[in-house]
Design a protein around this ligand. Structure first.
Ligand code: ATP
Length: 298
């Protein structure tokens, strides 16, 4: 048995390594149960992303076939723009992200989800997931150097590329303050990073991956103002030129009640305006002002 331990341990390590990106995603998408097995159609083509336009077309979804998680949800994320999902706990925000990542397929007659006009059910899962970058609230990092943790975004990344990504993610200076710079180990056997620092490492990794589409889960926990500013700047660099769909926790039951830009939603004087009035802050204003929001509520 002892002889088997080494190889098995190695296999375990490889398995964990291969699964790391899935782990991150599962965390983000807060999977409560094993997703049903999704199979590619025979000879399914790869997704071809030209503009990165996302469309939910009259989507209905239920996890158990009885209760409704999403009802008649339609919205578009135009090329290169950011849409924030705002809603109460249980409103269906994470469900929208899980469906876009194709953890579940829609049933016939329950609408369509399209990327540049291609139905997600018709393309390979592999090509879909390559086109999507995920920044979770609480990213999981490897027990390895901080440089490795960033480089993981791109096979064969050079040191210059790693540094450029860290700079754009507002984490370079912090990394240089560590005893061994980019070689400093993180995790159990190294330095501990704060939640905000881990998120910026995940942003740097995603910048290297360079996907046309992004799924973002904004932090729920309060961050101090300077960390918040650094993260917002890093996110601005990341969303630039990409289509992004983000969960805004702080501000809905599976139905879109209002849609529009931040100022249009405020002008409606409805749910969004009320939630905004309850939670207004200067940082939120800066971030939300340029993006479209969809409010989900019951
Ligand atoms: P939160 O802000 O709390 O994360 P959310 O808006 O992301 O909430 P979802 O996680 O999308 O909400 O949940 C939408 C509905 O679907 C809820 O009623 C929830 O209980 C249900 N649900 C979510 N995940 C599952 C699952 N894996 N199996 C069964 N029901 C689920």
């Amino acid at each position: 048995l002892a002889q088997l331990y080494g190889p098995l341990n190695m296999l375990g390590y490889l398995y964990r390594t291969i699964n790391q990106s899935l782990v991150d995603t599962e965390r983000l998408l807060k999977l409560l149960s094993e997703p049903t097995e999704i199979n590619d159609r025979p000879n399914a083509p790869d997704l071809i992303v030209e503009n990165g336009e996302i469309e939910f077309d009259n989507v209905n979804f239920s996890y158990d076939g009885r209760t409704t998680a999403l009802e008649s949800v339609s919205f578009k994320v135009p090329k290169g723009s950011s849409v924030a999902l705002v809603g109460e706990s249980g409103a269906g925000k994470s469900t929208i992200l899980r469906l876009l990542y194709r953890f579940y397929d829609l049933k016939e007659g329950d609408g369509r989800i399209l990327i540049d006009g291609q139905d997600l059910r018709d393309v390979t899962q592999d090509s879909l997931r390559k086109a999507i970058g995920v920044v979770p609230q609480d990213p999981v990092l490897f027990n390895a150097s901080i440089g490795y943790n960033i480089a993981y975004g791109k096979f064969g990344a050079t040191q210059e590329e790693i540094v450029a990504a860290a700079k754009a993610a507002q984490i370079h200076d912090r990394i240089l303050s560590f005893p061994d710079g980019y070689d400093t180990k993180v995790g159990e056997r190294g330095i501990r990073l704060s939640g905000g620092e881990k998120q910026r490492v995940a942003i740097a990794r995603t910048l290297l991956k360079d996907p046309p589409i992004l799924l973002l889960d904004e932090a729920t926990s309060a961050l101090d103002t300077s960390t918040e500013k650094d993260i917002q700047k890093a996110l601005q660099n990341l969303v630039q030129g990409r289509s992004s769909l983000s969960i805004a926790h702080r501000l809905s039951d599976g139905r879109i009640v209002e849609q529009g830009t931040h100022s249009e939603l405020l002008a409606l004087g409805g749910n969004f305006a009320t939630m905004w009035a309850d939670q207004v802050s200067s940082t939120d204003e800066a971030v939300s002002a340029h993006r479209k929001s969809a409010v989900l509520t019951g």
